[in-house]
Design a protein. Structure first.
Length: 413
């Protein structure tokens, strides 16, 4: 697959082109119909060649045979999932495979690495659930993400989620990569909150990258998907083989929706990031207005807004507020920060009630869609503070989102 993709890039002269150009044309070599928009292929099985001389037994094939429009069975490869992976590979800067969900991608990665220990911190509770299931089979043990390097052993894995769910803060991939590699361990980066265009974990030493593609890669709250990416062809071959027998492949309809979504990935992520950073800047400025030592800001905040925020909000968390980390963070995320942030309210009752008072935010779990979501996170994750609200910013005008928050808080206080 990788070599064929590389050859198709050369023929289309897409090397060095912009992300949106690549997202719109990386799969042109797979066009075998006149449809401008790729059709949905729902078939699970495909006819063999009619000419007996063209029949190649499975034992004589090689990895990637399905990638050349010579499909056999959709658990091994299918037109829509192949196009999705072909588009995504250059965007994530590696060989990639799509799975039925983000957690199935994590499961596949841990089956591949089969570590004795996995270093992990707080973060997405679903990841801890997958680790718990696998631990029953393998005896894999969890250790702290920030454990001393000496505690890591050869073959262990650091699962680094950055930016972190649900808080939205970031960690230095390079620092954890150096720590892991000094001990012969690996770094698996969950870059769901830092989609392509905002963050390239491979640039900073990641060994493998995963995404819950349900979020920003899908971007419309209508498909489940997981992705693994690696820059090693032999690892890709092993993952490809494993996926056929684990069976956690991306569905045909989901793959088609994914193709649609990747076409607009760059412009969606740019706008979402800008909106989130603007909203966070306003909240932070309001929280500190009039206080001694308040940081300088160009954000306009009225006295009424500042009073309202200071009466109800304890803290705002977002990568853009990690001023002490900007030396490395501005390099790791040079095009903007993640579109998710969290608000720690002063009282649980305000955190519980505010989502129902908003008009432009849906009170729902998940993130990464074109619409703004807010979640009283205790609804789906018992491990987080009950005062915490997770905010996934959408494509609305950010000033309207700000006004919505102000109106919602006014109705409560």
């Amino acid at each position: 697959m990788a070599e064929e993709i590389k050859q198709s890039f050369a023929s289309m002269d897409l090397e060095g082109r912009g992300r949106s150009t690549v997202a719109l044309h990386a799969d042109d070599s797979l066009n075998n119909v006149t449809d401008v928009s790729p059709p949905i292929h729902l078939s699970t099985t495909f006819r063999y060649a009619e000419n007996p001389d063209d029949l190649v037994p499975e034992s004589d094939t090689h990895l990637g045979r399905e990638q050349t429009n010579n499909f056999i069975y959709s658990r091994c490869g299918a037109p829509n999932s192949t196009r999705f992976e072909t588009i995504l590979a250059p965007l994530v800067n590696g060989h990639c495979l799509a799975y039925s969900s983000g957690l199935s991608a994590l499961h596949a990665a841990l089956v591949f690495f089969n570590p004795r220990q996995i270093a992990i911190g707080k973060g997405y509770h679903g990841s801890h659930g997958v680790i718990g299931v696998l631990s029953r089979l393998t005896g894999m043990k969890k250790i702290d993400r920030d454990c001393p390097a000496e505690q890591l052993e050869k073959g262990d894995v650091i699962l680094l989620e950055t930016p972190l769910n649900p808080h939205g803060v970031s960690f230095s991939i390079e620092s954890y990569a150096k720590k892991a590699h000094s001990r012969g361990a690996y770094v698996l980066v969950d870059s769901t909150f830092g989609p392509p265009g905002l963050q390239d974990p491979f640039k900073w030493g990641a060994d493998m990258v995963m995404h819950s593609g349900t979020k920003y890669l899908g971007g419309h709250s209508d498909m489940l998907c997981g992705v693994l990416a690696t820059q090693r062809k032999d690892w890709y071959a092993s993952l490809f083989h494993d996926r056929q027998y684990i069976g956690s492949v991306m569905g045909n309809l989901e793959s088609w929706l994914g193709i649609r979504s990747l076409r607009t990935l760059e412009i969606r992520v740019q706008r979402l990031s800008q909106n989130a950073t603007s909203l966070v800047s306003w909240l932070d400025a309001a929280l500190h207005k009039g206080k001694e030592g308040a940081p300088e800001t160009t954000v306009t905040v009225t006295d009424e807004e500042a009073s309202l925020i200071q009466r109800t909000v304890a803290k705002v968390n977002h990568s853009s507020l990690q001023k002490e980390d900007m030396e490395w963070l501005s390099k790791q995320m040079p095009n903007g920060f993640g579109p998710v942030f969290s608000i720690m309210m002063k009282e649980e009752k305000i955190a519980r009630a505010l989502p129902s008072k908003l008009h432009f935010f849906h009170h729902a779990t998940s993130l990464g869609g074109v619409e703004s979501l807010i979640e009283w996170r205790a609804m789906s994750d018992s491990s987080v503070e009950r005062e915490l609200l997770r905010v996934s910013v959408g494509l609305e005008n950010w000033q309207d989102l700000k006004d919505d928050i102000v109106a919602g808080l006014k109705s409560l206080v």
